[in-house]
Design a protein around this ligand. Structure first.
Ligand code: NAP
Length: 360
């Protein structure tokens, strides 16, 4: 699947490329594990030239430099910005000492949006993400403020990131019942090394027609192929911040590496191919600190895993989900369907029911 084979993002009219490009690595500012302006622009230009159209940033990435790099790039290429689905996020406070500098209250959202638009040299965002749940602001205030921004034309679509499923469901139901702008996508941590999203948020997204937009699809590069058990990783800026994989994570990584060898491709490509093949609309945000990373990661669009390879990856990376996930899996089908097949799903029979024919 080439990068210009577009997908509809959730229940919306917005078409995006199958991989988004993350701009969290754009800029070499303190505390970031990023790259130079020149390399950022090479990465961005290559992605766009291949047909990519979905670019993700946030107000606080590299202290605002990420948005500025994007704004300077698009500012020099009039007409190009309109062809791009530009997404940014609000929540993180850039102003120490100001309690209203971040979060998801009405004033804070409006102020953060104005600053993002200034840095990005544009007058609208295609997607505006709540970056984190703001438990100190009523969710109706956040949703109503976002709806106002959509009606005013400065935001086109909205989505949530890193927000509990129950809050997301509450927000979505409220928006739909009140005729406010609904959420079309959820930006979630999702990779072969981070699958707990499958417990609550992924089923919610499927039910509500929301796309899943995974961040850190290579788990900070752990799934790129450059981390080997017992070896030192070379050429990583991120490793200084995130350390290295655990023993359990290496078990998954080694399965990915073996499948990459079988397919004569990279571990990054295998990991991303697995992710984009998950149920529903799944649009991973690929991260790159070098142009070579982008090239290797885009190869994930060409890799086709066999059912057997998918099964191996599914099993080795199976997540431990929180209660009540277990009760809603195979056991639920057994208790509910009593040996029949419903909607293509077979079920077992609860053994005591087979032990005797008497019912009361
Ligand atoms: N909503 C959120 O809370 C949230 C959180 C995080 C990220 N995001 C979004 O998701 C995007 C992607 O996240 P991410 O950067 O964490 O993705 P990632 O792919 O998990 O990690 C990217 C890093 O891994 C290494 N890497 C990637 N591909 C490689 C390759 N082919 N070969 C060798 N090393 C490779 C590079 O770091 P080194 O070279 O330094 O090792 C690169 O900077 C971000 O840009 C941002 O837009 C959102």
């Amino acid at each position: 699947m080439p990068l210009d084979n577009y997908l509809t993002l959730g229940r919306s009219g917005l078409r995006v490329s199958p991989f988004a490009l993350g701009a969290m690595t754009f800029g070499e500012d303190p505390g970031a594990a990023g790259t130079s302006v020149e390399e950022s622009e090479r990465i961005l230009a290559t992605y766009l030239d291949r047909g990519g159209n979905f670019v993700d940033t946030a107000n606080f990435y590299t202290n605002g430099h990420s948005e500025k790099i994007l704004g300077d790039f698009f500012g020099r290429s009039p007409g190009r910005r309109q062809r791009v689905v530009l997404a940014s996020k609000f929540f993180t406070n850039l102003y120490p000492g100001d309690p209203n500098g971040g979060g998801a209250g009405r004033s804070a959202i409006i102020a953060q949006l104005h600053e993002s638009l200034r840095r990005l040299q544009t007058d609208y965002l295609d997607v505006y993400w709540l970056h984190n749940w703001d438990r100190h602001t009523p969710i109706e205030e956040t949703m109503r403020a976002l709806d106002d921004l959509v009606r005013a034309g400065s935001v086109r679509y909205i989505g949530f990131s890193n927000t509990p499923a129950w809050v997301t469901a509450q927000a979505q139901t409220m928006a739909l019942l009140r005729g406010w702008t609904p959420l079309i996508a959820l930006q979630v941590e999702y990779s072969l090394l981070a699958r707990t999203v499958e417990g609550e948020l992924a089923p919610l997204a499927a039910d509500q027609g929301m796309a899943l937009v995974p961040w850190s699809p290579l788990k900070n590069g752990f799934l790129s192929g450059k981390y080997r058990r017992g070896g030192e990783v070379s050429d990583s800026a991120r490793a200084a911040y995130v350390g290295g994989p655990s023993d359990d994570q290496f078990t998954v990584i080694e399965t990915v590496d073996a499948i990459a060898d079988e397919l004569e491709t990279s571990s990054a490509a295998v990991s991303l191919a697995w992710l984009r093949g998950r149920p529903g609309t799944v649009v991973p945000i690929i991260g790159a600190r070098r142009l070579t990373h982008l090239e290797a990661n885009l190869a994930g669009l060409e890799v086709e895993l066999t059912p057997e390879q998918c099964d191996r990856l599914d099993r080795v990376s199976a997540p431990a989900l929180n209660y009540p996930a277990d009760l809603n899996g195979a056991m639920r089908a057994t208790l509910q369907f009593a040996g029949t097949t419903v909607d293509g799903q077979p079920s077992g029979i609860y053994p005591p029911l087979l032990a005797g024919a008497v019912r009361y």
